[in-house]
Design a protein around this ligand. Structure first.
Ligand code: PRP
Ligand code: URA
Length: 213
């Protein structure tokens, strides 16, 4: 993993680079695209969770008593930004089945490209949990900043942002607004086009996950 800045990391694992490249290809099917989103989220989860607190407990193997380890305390909530963030939930839940899931619904206004909120439902105890905000795309950063503002207004203290493709503009926007939020991206692209799509990117992640175009 490469550190771009304090709290900003880009994955360099060969499996992630391989899978992102297949996702970028315009002729990758919806089924394959969706599977790849989940697989990459699962691979990212391994690294992102490395600071989870552990506690010990006694257990008995078929041979002897020994010390076991388990993740301690109220731990995680996943908060996908609808729609496309939903695509990353299953991969992470397969590793952490006890995580709670909240939802923040945002879409980008097609003209202004500003995020518009349309839905929010979070676990009651969200302020006591570490939150992983999930969205495959970080373009201008407007959606990520809006979702994280929403969580901070609800007293969430520990936030990580996981995305697949991040543009420099989005990273800078999010990092300068909330430097305490750790950003993890599977790939870092340099540019946005006139419609604020990431170049080369992978197109509209929501449409490609759900087959809507
Ligand atoms: C996409 C993407 C992010 C946002 C990124 O969502 O999933 O949420 O755009 O762009 P930004 O960094 O410039 O805010 P979109 O608004 O297309 O909604 P969708 O997930 O429902 O397709
Ligand atoms: N949202 C997407 O789905 N793709 C982009 O490239 C930018 C925003």
């Amino acid at each position: 993993m490469k550190k771009l800045d304090d709290n900003v990391f880009v994955f360099e694992h060969p499996l992630i680079k391989h899978k992102i490249s297949i996702m970028r290809a315009a002729d990758t099917s919806t089924k394959n695209f969706r599977e790849l989103v989940n697989e990459i989220a699962m691979l990212m989860c391994y690294e992102v969770t490395k600071d989870l607190p552990l506690e010990t407990y006694e257990l008995e193997t078929p041979i002897a008593k020994t010390t076991g380890y388990r993740i301690s305390g109220k731990t995680l909530a996943l908060v996908p930004i609808l729609r496309a963030g939903l695509g990353m939930v299953e991969g992470i839940m397969s590793m952490i089945p006890t995580a709670k899931v909240g939802h923040v619904g945002l879409y980008r206004d097609p003209v202004t490209h500003d995020p518009v909120e349309y839905y929010c439902k979070l676990p009651d105890d969200i302020e006591n949990r570490s939150v992983y905000v999930l969205d495959p795309m970080l373009a201008t950063g407007g959606s990520a900043v809006a979702a994280i503002k929403f969580l901070k207004e609800r007293n969430v203290k520990s936030i990580k942002f996981l995305c697949l493709v991040a543009a420099d503009e989005g990273i800078n926007h999010l990092h300068s607004t909330y430097p305490d939020v750790t950003i993890y991206c599977a790939a870092n692209d340099k540019e946005l086009n006139a419609n604020k799509y990431i170049v080369p990117g992978l197109g509209d992640a929501g449409d490609r996950i759900f087959g809507t175009k």
